[in-house]
Ligand binder design. Structure first.
Ligand SMILES: [Zn+2]
Ligand SMILES: [Zn+2]
Length: 362
């Protein structure tokens, strides 16, 4: 397994991506470097790695074809470029810290070829700020075990880039439904209620953006979905150097694995958009809905999350902090229920809505 660690051009110390400065920093000589400079310096090395990795992947593929094809995560051994120690990681790890010398190591090839992410949202929240968020929440919990939010927990906070799929879809949708309008009036001393039933048709070109789904099966799905939303306008084109100083996971869920779930959600959003145009009617009942995909794009995206996992009374609790916004997700030992509610961060745009209107049936 080929590894890179990004070294300081001044002193050779390890370089880490600094969320506060949005630059690469050397903790030894306190120098900061622009992203661009580091990316230029290492561009050749990254490309070379991709080629080596591709060969390795091909070989591995041939090997696994000879096995029974079970997808047990196999451990992988790599050599730390700083201290030479042999370190074991799982097959999905793409960046980590050397267990022995604590230097950052990027296993670049894990994210090359078809596994190269389209984009990455860099960390904006530092580890210190993430820990503050964590202790803030701990303080609010009255019955929390004493000294729970201590220095040891701080050491255990890991910055991890998790893989996600982001889907934008443009589709042509048609819906037919029935709806009612009720009118009451008085005439000749009597009160009348008139209910009119309408047959409704709606047809439109819909654009639904930023539908997301986690692309890693080994982690808690709820945690990975609930740390959203992220501001995708700050996403950058992927470069391995962003991973330096963090952990990163490579996707192990493909489009086919999540497509049914994604498709289902997009259809719900699409139906809701069309139904929203029927708000003048009551008792709306959808009779038929169909759509046709005009354009759909899938973006493989790495998102920054600070994670603490802790064991309490024999149970493992995951706690996550959005590495961009500081939004927290998780359960503290004494808290009731989840802190975050899953919600769909979806931006929706309706382009042309050719409304054919309500046609009176009666
Ligand atoms: Zn340095
Ligand atoms: Zn090492």
């Amino acid at each position: 397994m080929a590894t890179v660690n990004y070294k300081c051009p001044n002193c050779g110390g390890p370089l880490k991506f600094n969320p506060d400065k949005q630059m690469f920093s050397c903790e030894y000589c306190m120098s900061d470097f622009e992203e661009q400079k580091i990316q230029q310096m290492y561009a050749g090395q990254e490309a070379q790695q991709s080629r080596e990795e591709k060969k390795e992947n091909d070989a591995r593929y041939e090997n696994s074809a000879q096995n029974d094809g079970d997808d047990v995560e196999d451990a992988v051994v790599y050599t730390c470029p700083s201290c030479g120690a042999e370190v074991v990681t799982t097959a999905s790890t793409a960046a980590t810290t050397c267990f022995y010398c604590q230097n950052p190591v990027v296993l670049g090839g894990r994210l090359s070829g078809e596994f190269k992410p389209d984009r990455v949202v860099p960390f904006e929240l530092t580890k210190e700020k993430a820990f503050e968020k964590f202790t803030e929440l701990c303080r609010k919990k009255w019955f929390l075990a004493k000294g729970f939010a201590n220095k040891k927990q701080f050491e255990k906070i890991n910055g991890v880039y998790f893989p996600y799929w982001y889907i934008d879809s443009q589709r042509q949708a048609d819906m037919s439904a029935t709806g009612e309008k009720v009118r009451t009036y008085r005439a000749g001393g009597k009160r009348y209620v008139e209910t009119s039933t309408y047959r409704l048709f709606r047809s439109g070109d819909l654009i639904i953006k930023n539908v997301f789904e986690r692309a890693l099966k080994s982690e808690d799905r709820e945690m990975l979905q609930c740390v959203h939303p992220f501001d995708l306008s700050k996403a950058r084109n992927f470069s391995m150097s962003y991973l330096s100083g963090f952990q990163a996971e490579k996707r192990d869920l493909e489009k086919e694995d999540v497509n049914a779930e994604v498709e289902n959600r997009i259809e719900q959003y699409a139906q809701q958009l069309l139904k929203d145009t029927m708000s003048d009617y009551t008792a709306v009942r959808v009779e038929k809905y169909s759509d046709k995909i005009d354009l759909e794009s899938w973006n493989y995206t790495l998102l920054p999350v600070w994670v603490v996992t802790y064991k309490y009374k024999g149970r493992i609790y995951p706690f996550a902090i959005n590495g961009q916004t500081g939004k927290t997700y998780g359960e503290l030992p004494t808290s009731k229920g989840k802190l975050a509610v899953l919600f769909a961060a979806v931006t929706v745009a309706v382009f042309v809505l050719a409304v054919l209107g309500g046609m009176l049936l009666l």
